[in-house]
Ligand binder design. Sequence first.
Ligand code: ZN
Ligand code: ZN
Length: 345
Amino acid sequence: MKAAVFYGPGSVKVVERDKPEPGQGEVVVKNVVALSCGTDLKMFMRGHPKAKPPVVMGHEFSGVVESIGDGVNLVKHGDRVVAVNSAPCGHCVYCKLGNPNLCENLDESILGFGIDGAYAEYVKLPQRVASFNLYKIKDGVEYLEAAMLEPLSCVVRAHRLVHIDVGDAVAVIGSGPIGLFHIMLSGLRGAGKVVAIDVVEERLDFAARLGADITINASKEDAVQRVKDLTDGLGADVVVEAVGRTDTWERSLNLARKGGSVILFGGCPSGTSANFDTYKVHYGELTVVGSFHHTPQDVIRALRLIESKKLRLRDLVTGEVKLDNILDVFHRLKEGKDIKIAIRF
Ligand SMILES: [Zn+2]
Ligand SMILES: [Zn+2]
């Protein structure tokens, strides 16, 4: 089979690999579509701490069950399915404490990083993923929509950590795919005003089309002042940082009103730190929340959202390539104008 293999920063090649065979509890999926992700671009450009090259990239996908190993009874050959990129072990201390997204053994099973992923004609799901986080795709749901399950699960996790009240003003920093998910979900949760902040005009146009009420180009105007102006001088009730840079982490707190909440969603490079105004956090009683990855419960809820058709997921896909042209994906994402690119097999 053809597979796009990551050998190290700047080095991804489409090569011939053996078609995987399922072992005990494992499921092999014939991919129909895979989606690009900002993390893939980061990995291509600078590597990734969890990547173990040479490894097949890709962790957002959907397809058809090709073969199943002994002991698999949830799915069978021919089923349309979607899975996410990992699953908790179920027995480490964090799994027992109810934080399976922080599972100590997560790294063992992350598709596209530690083990072969979905930028290939076939992908083998480890037993853990096949038993915790593999689902049949319901009739009426397209492969393309289902393939959004993993990133949407992460966004659902964040929204389950912070309450958005009816009529709240929500400011979302970053209008990439993740920021756009946050914008759509904030609207669905009853936000009165959703404000999108970015520095790329094309992305802000996207945000407006997908439900942002107001867009702010932070390279042209003072986002903090503008958000204050839009909220009677108070600031946003909820702020979402969906960029992953220390400077935007720092600025995100300045966008929140007293008593407001800030979700720090975008992961910054490891080893970095950020400075906060302690007065603002303490006397302003800010709730500042980190959000990482997803739990099986988040995945189920994200799947229900996809099935509800209430989010305009198809609109996030701005291009399509064949696996052979995988490098085009990275070049296009680097330009910053595409949202998600579909890889068809
Ligand atoms: Zn992703
Ligand atoms: Zn665990």
